[in-house]
Design a protein around this ligand. Structure first.
Ligand code: P61
Length: 459
């Protein structure tokens, strides 16, 4: 039997949850063009679209909202955030941004351009898009185990350091303004990266004098996995692990909507004073003055408090335990998932779930539709819709290795009985999987097409 870790909090405020009929869901889905991004939230019972910006804030964070000092420059909330960033990450030079892609936009508009290449263990879609939008190339270099859904490697998110060295030699140091590692590695299943791998990546990059940046949105979950799984870290606190991990970085971007436990916000930090000057100038142009960076000052206070709360081990044990519980329940029913589960989400393996649907008919997208129709659950496709690459010259489409459906669990929002309901709905869909049909895409945009694409059923 799957084991559930007690929630380390009580509920002080509740929000009504929409419950719909199957007929209503069929209608909603048709109107949404079989794309869950077009569903109004009033049509969704359990919303697992994302763990980003969907957390429940604590009473302490809400109290901080009331203590917002809405000064344009030099707000006391900014100084509080500055102290917390220094304490957890060890960085002096940082700016807040409105969210993760705000940080990406500012950084990449300065360092990338045509002919440049940015390597990463795996870029998430907005990171890739922000690089490609500037004519640069985004390269994914995760270890092979990361792409094998049932391989139980403890750090499946790791960078393939040998492949990184090969890439550097191929494209040349001058064309790589920086290299990144994303923790946890979202696109391959929320899989952690070991501190040994971070250290090895840093050592290699230092030899070539290439700066090393971390995409840090789920850094606390990653540090918890290091504590639990990596030899030598069991007795270290999350903060100690974070301080060591970030000591190898020359900078980081962070969507604070994840392990910042806030509904909006981001961070961009660097150790390079000359680059920091450019960052501040660019920030003023697009986000805001450096002591607020596109956020209300009350948001900075909530973030300063959220960052600290996310390093609490009781919270992280519950958080990763909740994800593991749902994964365990699904495995007990024979449902194919990415193993072991990651830190923020359970990923269904749509290739094994729906082997009768070819990749040209978007099996993972078809599965998200089926989950919604069966139980009002909104999950997100991470497969061919999001990541297929079309060759501009030949029109040939290359599909990604993995066709996944991500059930991203918002932090501190759902209880054990919600997860039990989800497990029952998915088991039912699995038992009747032969009836699920593929989809045909009838509308798409050139970039980030998954947000707006529309489909029809191949029925
Ligand atoms: C997510 F459906 N992630 O996982 P921003 N880096 C990484 C992320 O995971 C990430 C960002 C940078 C989201 C939100 C999301 O197609 C989608 O604060 C590793 O969202 O700008 C965001 O941070 C960007 C959901 C993003 C999507 C794109 O759910």
């Amino acid at each position: 039997m799957a084991h559930y870790i007690l929630e380390p909090f009580k509920i002080k405020s509740v929000e009504a949850m929409p419950v719909t009929t199957r007929d209503a869901r069929v209608q909603f889905m048709r109107e949404a063009g079989y794309n869950i991004f077009h569903l109004p939230s009033r049509a969704v019972t359990i919303d697992f679209l994302t763990d980003s910006g969907t957390s429940a804030m604590s009473d302490h964070q809400w109290a901080g909202i009331m203590e917002g000092d809405e000064a344009y420059a030099g707000s006391r909330n900014y100084y509080h955030l500055r102290d917390v960033v220094k304490d957890i990450f060890g960085f002096d030079l940082f700016v807040p941004t409105h969210q993760g892609r705000g940080a990406e936009q500012v950084l990449f508009s300065i360092v990338t351009g045509p002919g440049k290449t940015i390597p990463n263990n795996t870029h998430f879609d907005t990171t890739r898009a922000n690089i490609e939008a500037r004519g640069a190339a985004a390269r994914d270099l995760v270890i092979p185990e990361g792409l094998a859904p049932t391989n139980r490697h403890p750090f499946k998110g790791n960078m393939d350091v040998a492949a990184l060295e090969k890439l550097i030699q191929q494209v040349g140091v001058a064309n790589i303004p920086l290299a990144m590692t994303t923790i946890t590695n979202n696109a391959v299943g929320g899989q952690p990266v070991s501190i040994a791998n971070i250290r090895a990546t840093k050592e290699l990059l230092a030899r070539y004098q290439i700066p090393f940046y971390i995409d840090a949105c789920r850094y606390a979950e990653n540090c918890y996995f290091i504590q639990q799984r990596e030899p030598g870290y069991r007795d270290k606190s999350i903060k100690e692990i974070a301080r060591e991990l970030f000591s190898y970085a020359d900078g980081f971007t962070m969507s604070a909507k994840k392990d910042g436990l806030v509904n909006i916000g981001g961070l961009l930090a660097t150790r390079d004073p000359a680059l920091f000057e450019q960052i501040q100038n660019r920030l003023i142009l697009t986000e805001g003055f450096p002591t607020y960076g596109g956020l209300a000052r009350r948001d900075l206070e909530a973030l300063a408090r959220g960052l600290v709360e996310a390093t609490d081990e009781k919270y992280l044990a519950y958080r990763t335990g909740q994800v593991a519980y749902l994964a365990e329940r699904l495995l007990e029913s024979g449902v194919p998932i990415v193993e072991p589960p990651g830190g923020h989400a359970v990923f269904l393996d749509a290739k094994r779930f729906l082997p009768h649907i070819p990749q040209t008919q978007f099996p993972a997208q078809a599965l998200t539709v089926a989950l919604y129709l069966e139980g009002g659950i909104r999950a997100v496709e991470i497969g061919g819709v999001m990541f297929a690459q079309k060759d501009a010259a030949t029109g040939n489409v290359t599909y990604p290795m993995l066709e996944l459906v991500r059930l991203a669990i918002p932090r501190r929002v759902y209880t054990q009985s919600h997860l039990d309901y989800v497990a029952e709905v998915i088991t039912k869909v699995y038992e009747t999987r032969e009836s699920v049909r593929g989809l045909k895409m009838v509308y798409e945009q050139a970039r980030l097409r998954h947000f707006t694409a529309r489909f029809v059923s191949t029925n």
